[in-house]
Write a protein that binds this ligand. Structure first.
Ligand SMILES: NC(=O)c1ccc[n+]([C@@H]2O[C@H](COP(=O)([O-])OP(=O)(O)OC[C@H]3O[C@@H](n4cnc5c(N)ncnc54)[C@H](OP(=O)(O)O)[C@@H]3O)[C@@H](O)[C@H]2O)c1
Length: 467
């Protein structure tokens, strides 16, 4: 370890550096250390004021850029690069997972902007990868769980969002999420059924203990067959236990970090559901308890049996029911809130218009009243407001939608889903921006003045939710 670099580092950073080099497996890591020593003078404040992760990733970007540049006329270097195809992933995995929260302070870059992703300091590298460092806490006391400020909903990788890339590509995308600092991944037994959990297992089991994969029970699968249509709801204790055993196998983990009831079951008292999860927590099969789409009364009853870590319900600028009772109860009891479909299934990103077709068998937007051509045409006025707000500030509609949710409360952690790296990165960069409450209120008021056309769910699905 070169002395010059050590002298420039704080004690914690020195330790982090030594540990990271120790987990490295080849000379590239030493090269990173040397690159940090030779930072340009205009980067002098860099070491003193940034987290170790930021320093290391920036150095890696710089090395990679130089390698690529040299590769075109240097066959020797090309051989070297080809012999380490997975270096970047291995390196970033090690760095990302090494003391992630302790080493990642928020960096203020200019008034009104809070930077919690990490751009490169290398001006030649025009599009460095974002890396989110902001963490939020869901739940309190023994139910507390720290996660990245934005999660990643895996459902659309094979279910309900139409045509999707193959499994290999989706596994890679989940890895890209981890490499960019995401520690909170969402799946459910019913997504497929079973197929999405299997995908999560293949993609994320290697990070067990470092990230959280959350899943959900609540439907009845008599035959336990892939693509089976569930025979109604079932949250009976024996069914929850059966599901947990099967999910642990599919996810290839020893304990489920956060287990939600997916839909309230009118045939099973919520106290029995909470009691069963409490027992599973005692047995070490589950760590935290969550509920989806439940009302305030159900939350209080469940909480009295087992402290709840998070409520997961639909919440975005086009569906704000939870503001009436659910969010106040979460705040009162210290429960986290996880908005699902945070960009309203793609609509709030501006990527959908009345000519968009949703593929027959595997896209539930086909049956959602807000996704008929007439409803889409009318509701695009909302996207226009998001674009107006975003374009004046240099951000996209998707970032506006996610930013609005994030500023609502510090216990809110949205879980946008995507099948594309570019969309993942765009969404993660939401954490680079922060505007005043006043600005967000103006946006909120402008959207609230627009009459939304179409219900969010058809009647059969709406009757299963309490908000
Ligand atoms: N608890 C529940 O009952 C429940 C219900 C529904 C969903 N969920 C969870 O919530 C997660 C997210 O929900 P969701 O998939 O319904 O809705 P969403 O996250 O609001 O939207 C996902 C859709 O938006 C598109 N998208 C995302 N970012 C984009 C961007 N920057 N630009 C353009 N398009 C973008 C995606 O398409 P691309 O693939 O093209 O990016 C995808 O079709 C799910 O994965 C699931 O884990 C839970």
């Amino acid at each position: 370890m070169p002395k010059k670099m050590i002298a420039g580092l704080q004690e914690g950073q020195q330790n982090a550096m030594l540990a990271t080099v120790a987990v490295g497996r080849n000379n590239r890591y030493i090269e990173i250390a040397n690159t940090i020593v030779f930072l340009r003078s205009d980067e002098a404040n860099f070491i003193g004021s940034h987290s170790w992760q930021y320093i290391a990733i920036t150095a890696f970007n710089k090395i990679e850029y130089n390698l690529k540049k040299n590769m075109s006329n240097n066959t020797e270097l090309q051989k070297n690069e080809n012999s380490h195809p997975s270096n970047r992933r291995d390196f970033l995995k090690n760095v990302a997972l090494f003391g992630a929260s302790a080493l990642a302070p928020t960096v203020l870059v200019s008034s009104g902007k809070q930077q919690t992703t990490t751009p490169s300091i290398d001006s030649q590298n025009e599009n460095p990868m974002p890396f989110i460092t902001e963490r939020r806490t869901l739940g309190k006391g023994s139910a507390a769980m720290e996660v990245s400020a934005l999660g990643f909903g895996l459902m659309g990788m094979n279910y309900h969002r139409g045509v999707h890339p193959d499994e290999k590509a989706m596994i890679k995308l989940a890895h890209e999420g981890v490499e960019r600092g995401v520690t909170f991944f969402d799946t459910a037994e019913t997504y497929g059924p079973f197929i999405n959990e299997e995908l999560a297992g293949k993609a994320l089991a290697e990070y067990k203990g470092k990230i959280a994969v959350t899943t959900k029970f609540g439907f009845n699968y008599a035959g336990n067959k892939k693509n089976e249509i569930p025979a109604g709801l079932n949250s009976r204790p024996e069914r929850i236990r059966e599901m947990v055993e099967a999910s642990l196998k599919r996810l290839n983990i020893d304990t489920i970090e956060l287990l939600y009831q997916h839909r309230f079951d009118p045939n099973v008292p919520i106290e029995d559901v909470a009691g069963t999860v409490k027992d599973l927590i005692t047995e070490g099969k589950v760590k935290h308890f969550g509920l989806c789409e439940v009302g305030a009364e159900t939350i209080r009853k469940a909480y009295a049996v087992q402290p709840v870590t998070a409520i997961q319900s639909e919440y975005h600028l086009m569906w704000r029911e939870v503001e009436k009772e659910v969010l106040p109860v979460c705040e009162e009891l210290g429960i986290g809130f996880v908005p699902y479909s945070p960009v309203n299934r793609g609509f709030l990103t501006g990527a959908i218009n009345e000519y968009t077709s949703f593929s027959g068998g595997n896209d539930n937007r086909n049956i959602l009243p807000r996704f008929t051509p007439d409803a889409i045409r009318a509701n695009l006025k909302i996207v226009e407001e998001l674009n107006k707000f975003g374009r004046a500030r240099g951000i996209t509609a998707s970032q506006v939608a996610l930013g609005w949710l994030l500023q609502k409360a510090p216990f809110i952690v949205p879980i946008p889903g995507t099948t594309k790296l570019s969309h993942l990165e765009e969404n993660l960069r939401t954490l680079d921006f922060n505007f005043s409450k006043q600005e967000w209120c103006e946006l909120e008021d402008a959207v609230a003045n627009i009459t939304i056309v179409g219900d969010r769910y058809p009647a059969s699905e709406q009757k299963r939710v309490q908000s």
